[in-house]
Design a protein around this ligand. Structure first.
Ligand SMILES: [Zn+2]
Length: 412
């Protein structure tokens, strides 16, 4: 079920999220070396390596998005659960899409999860500050930040956090090749996350932008992420997530079913564990869900690039007719999956998106229609972030959680 992102699609992701696909990619190797196309023009002062800066002290605390307006309810045994929908974005760089989704969430009172690609705020001319595992310094599979876009990104991240949305991580270099995240050990993941946190916490130095208001949050608010291409070995990254205080992983693949807990430490990291497992040794698993791709006779993960693969072989452009077909299909698919859980086991519906306008904006439009339609038709449905979902689940008794999980996978 796991779909490996093809190189062209990866570059499309970079373009979609507004990164500079520079000439610093390794030549050869994965054969993906693109032509140099740096558009970096602004200057930024180099003021020290982020890796030498103080790292926040991750400690498994339960700090969450303090701005969230979500009210946690505790279910009585047998009580009908709320219907949650969790919409999350990988990358979260493009300014026009920041505006679109922040407008959308405000209009309907939704809260989304934004998994930042940290290199969106590392200017192309500061790329050598990044030391990726098993790659040369200054290497990235998705490029680095276009300097002129970075102030707007900081502003949007501020607005997103202050509006109750969750800030999570999609990490840095987005390496999905044979020498990428699948080969990383715990030390590699620790390096990646430490650097991500330092870029985020020291962004004025990294960017040279000293005239903007400070971000209203630090890396301490990050409680979960989604790995590049859903890759990486869980035995390697989950213990590191745990050491940084993360409380969930959104990189898995699953079905329309209530979430479970997985071991986050020890040799069985990634294995399902009972709901009574301690918070210090486990975390929530919030997988993308296999849902029907309406009109295409198959199922795919509830993520835009997986739909793009099913609908157009991963090609991000197409004719108006093709775009319309993909838009109609994706919208119908989201609504079908929603109606299945809403009228069935009430499992949270989990939708992933890459902050893009692939196929004339088909996936952006499908999410927008899903959110607005469900909001109009079912005011009881709550669009919440992953961390709010984790907090809600943690507030329930193990018996209630086990009974919800016991409802099994919802068919469509
Ligand atoms: Zn990605």
């Amino acid at each position: 079920m796991k779909l490996r992102v093809l190189v062209p699609l990866l570059l499309a992701v970079a373009a979609a999220i507004g990164l500079v696909v520079g000439g610093l990619l390794p030549s050869g190797g994965n054969g993906a070396s693109p032509t140099a196309s740096s558009s970096a023009t602004a200057t930024a002062s180099a003021t020290g390596s982020p890796s030498q800066s103080a790292s926040p002290s991750p400690s498994g605390s339960t700090t969450t998005s303090s701005q969230s307006n979500f009210k946690i309810t505790k279910l009585a045994p047998g009580e009908k659960p709320p219907q949650f929908v969790v919409v999350s974005f990988d990358g979260a760089c493009r300014l026009d899409l920041w505006k679109h989704y922040l407008d959308l969430q405000k209009a309907v009172g939704a809260e989304f999860t934004f998994f930042l690609s940290g290199l969106c705020i590392v200017p192309d001319n500061q790329r050598f500050l990044y030391h990726p595992p098993h790659k040369a310094a200054g290497t990235s599979a998705i490029g680095f930040g276009t300097p002129s876009f970075i102030p707007g990104r900081i502003t949007n991240m501020t607005a997103a956090y202050n509006s109750g949305n969750e800030i999570g991580t999609h990490f840095l270099g987005h390496f999905c090749d044979a020498n990428g995240v699948d080969s990383w050990n715990q030390a590699d993941w620790r390096s990646e996350i430490t650097q991500f946190n330092n870029f985020l916490d020291n962004w004025p130095k990294v960017t040279g932008l000293s005239n903007l208001p400070p971000l209203p949050f630090t890396s301490a608010v990050i409680k979960g992420g989604r790995t590049p291409c859903l890759g990486g070995k869980r035995s390697q990254y989950l213990p590191v997530f745990k050491s940084f205080g993360y409380r969930y992983d959104a990189s898995g693949t699953g079905s329309l079913r209530w979430p479970t807990k997985v071991a986050a430490t020890g040799s069985n990291a990634g294995a399902t564990v009972p709901f009574t497992a301690s918070a210090s040794s486990s975390m929530w698993e919030f997988p993308l869900q296999s849902i029907q791709v309406v009109g295409y006779g198959r199922s795919q993960l509830s993520m835009d690039y997986n739909f793009l693969y099913a609908q157009n072989k991963g090609v991000t452009t197409g004719s108006t007719a093709l775009c319309n077909r993909a838009r109609t299909s994706t919208t119908a698919s989201y609504l079908k999956a929603f109606n299945a859980v809403y009228n069935g086991n009430h499992a949270p519906l989990i939708i992933g998106n890459h902050f893009n306008t692939w196929l004339c904006g088909a996936y952006r439009d499908a999410i927008t229609t899903l959110v607005t339609t469900v909001h109009q038709q079912h005011p009881d449905v709550q669009f919440i972030s992953f961390i709010d979902l984790a907090n809600w689940l943690d507030a329930q008794t193990p018996a209630v959680l086990a009974s919800l999980r016991g409802l099994g996978s919802q068919s469509e």
